[in-house]
Design a protein around this ligand. Structure first.
Ligand code: C2E
Ligand code: CA
Ligand code: CA
Ligand code: CA
Length: 281
């Protein structure tokens, strides 16, 4: 593509464009993060495939900026990570998620478990666990009685496996549960399954996509479910979009399902409307 520059047509510079976009996002992020302006927590339900009940959800961040409009987390999260802004963001998200799940607990809302994504750089933080514990204290949430799961990716753990294991052990010690997110997109060695202190495995939607037409995806998914159950991990399939995928995963004994087939990520208002009244305070 070409872009008009003064009177000359110049070759459109993809790299320059993306760098400009990155700087623009960075600039706006810095401003909005201070007071969590334009950010909101969305909740994507997870269905228990055995009971067919929706009893948990994952927090997904949304950002609508005055200048840029809606920006996808897939675009701004890596930028926040790159420039050291993610920690403040994670703090705000985790704080709000704790308040929310505590409220649901008091109200006996159908959703009683909430998962929060941790950033790829979390295990590089000196005080990451302190941050989590401080917020649990501030919000008076005891993870031994209120279910909070942390979703972490393989790639984040791989950076420094020993350090990650140490931090995860500590977090599980206070009652948090750990889900390994996007399983299947990294190296996914069975050794990691054996050694990592995790409770849940989330099969990446890249595998679910091919079900039921792709025999390889069917087979790999079935095997991952089987292994997970054998070694006592709970298993969640993400990215379920059609009935046939729901049926296949249910038939092979997958514990949980998540995806547009059940629900896209919802605002608190939409979620409340769909799953019952929630007292405001
Ligand atoms: P993720 O953690 O793997 O989240 C799943 C993504 O898949 C979400 O995109 C979700 O909206 C989308 N999704 C859910 N069901 C379906 C489906 O059936 N089909 C398809 N095609 N997609 C589906 P989203 O919300 O745009 O988030 C993208 C990524 O951004 C997340 O991937 C996560 O890595 C990151 N992210 C989102 N919110 C947060 C957050 O609060 N903190 C951190 N650290 N990262 C976040
Ligand atoms: Ca996730
Ligand atoms: Ca995922
Ligand atoms: Ca993913």
């Amino acid at each position: 593509a070409a872009k008009k520059n003064g009177s000359d047509w110049v070759v459109y510079d993809e790299a320059k464009h993306s760098d400009e976009r990155e700087q623009e996002i960075l600039h706006e992020l810095k401003k909005d993060i201070v007071e969590f302006t334009g950010f909101s927590l969305y909740y994507q339900p997870k269905i228990n495939l055995k009971t067919r009940k929706i009893d948990s959800a994952e927090v997904l961040l949304r950002w609508e900026n005055k200048q840029l409009g809606m920006v996808s987390p897939a675009e701004f999260i890596p930028i926040a990570e790159k420039y050291g802004l993610i920690q403040d963001l994670t703090k705000s998200i985790f704080f709000r998620a704790c308040q929310q799940v505590k409220r649901w607990n008091q109200e006996h809302f159908p959703i009683q478990k909430l998962a929060v994504n941790l950033s790829a750089t979390f295990f590089q933080l000196q005080n990451g666990n302190e941050m989590i514990k401080d917020i649990l204290e501030q919000t008076e949430v005891n993870p031994k009685s209120i279910n909070i799961e942390l979703e972490v990716t393989e790639t984040a753990i791989m950076e420094n496996v020993n350090r990650a294991i140490e931090m995860l052990d500590d977090l599980r010690g206070i009652g948090l549960t750990i889900a390994l997110d996007d399983f299947g997109t990294g190296l996914s060695s069975l050794t990691y399954l054996k050694n990592l202190p995790i409770d849940t495995l989330k099969i990446d939607k890249a595998f679910i996509e091919g079900i039921p037409g792709d025999e390889k995806d069917n087979g790999i998914t079935e095997l991952i479910v089987l292994i997970s159950k054998k070694i006592g991990l709970e298993i969640v399939a993400e990215g379920i979009e059609i009935l046939e995928q729901d049926q296949f995963l249910t038939s092979i004994g997958c514990d949980y399902g998540q995806g547009y087939f059940y629900s896209k990520p919802l605002s608190l208002e939409q979620l409340t409307e769909r799953f019952g009244s929630s007292k405001q305070n």
